[in-house]
Design a protein around this ligand. Structure first.
Ligand code: CDP
Length: 226
């Protein structure tokens, strides 16, 4: 199966397996995979380390905006980095997960991330996952998928993933975090999480990765005749 030069946008709720699915799609079709959430998480780590977000989630927006001017957040072969410092593990912690959704409501943060993401889209042949890829970042993406799954199943998957990496993960804490993020992400003013009208919905509560691949290959062959 050879895909034409398109953009595949995968949006959806927290911990629905968007990134695992996107990575496998990228491998199968020789596309570049880009994790937009990693950039929001990177900005959040920066805000935490610089004391720009209080315990009650109040954000020092003017200072954060200034900080973004010189923040060299990027993807490297090691993962997400700030300059030469790899932050891939730190950005996956619950400490960062607990603050990322408030940070992602800040329009200046969204502009900063969107600009980086759109640069990658110029050459097409990318799979990008996030919350607003098919609605805001690439509204003309040729294939849009909206992922959802039962919250408890999602929390269990995320807790397993964290524990496998040696991180602490209490199922109830993880569930609470993902429900909070879903709420904030869906209700923010700027680019809320919402299904694009032309997106196809994938509820993978009871699907294996193999099932998902079969599903997407069906859609691809129908739509692109390959
Ligand atoms: O944990 P999960 O993989 O579901 O989330 P993520 O993709 O790493 O994204 C972390 C957070 O970043 C989300 O909960 C959103 O608050 C924010 N985000 C966003 O607002 N827009 C995006 N395109 C991607 C992520």
């Amino acid at each position: 199966m050879h895909l034409p030069d398109i953009i595949i946008a995968i949006d959806g709720y927290s911990s629905t397996g968007k990134s695992s699915f996107a990575k496998i799609i990228a491998k199968e079709f020789s596309f570049l995979y880009l994790d937009s959430g990693a950039l929001y998480r990177g900005v959040t780590l920066f805000a935490i380390e610089n004391g720009l977000i209080a315990d009650d989630d109040t954000i020092n927006v003017p200072e954060l905006e200034k900080g973004l001017e010189n923040l060299d957040l990027r993807f490297s072969t090691e993962g997400t980095c700030i300059g030469d410092r790899c932050i891939e593990n730190e950005i996956r912690s619950l400490a960062v997960a607990g603050k990322v959704s408030p940070i992602a409501t800040v329009p200046e943060v969204r502009n900063y991330v969107d600009k980086k993401l759109r640069e990658f889209g110029q050459k097409k042949r990318i799979v990008m996952d996030g919350r607003d890829i098919g609605t805001t970042v690439f509204p003309d993406a040729e294939l849009k998928i909206f992922m959802t799954a039962d919250p408890l199943i999602r929390a269990q998957r995320r807790a397993d993933e964290m524990q496998a990496k040696g991180m602490e993960a209490d199922l109830q804490d993880v569930l609470k975090n993902l429900q909070e993020r879903d709420y904030i992400d869906s209700h923010r003013e700027t680019s809320p999480l919402t299904q694009a009208p032309d997106a196809v919905v994938l509820d993978n509560s009871h699907m294996s990765m193999g099932d998902q691949m079969e599903w997407i290959k069906g859609i691809i062959s129908e739509r692109f005749g390959c």
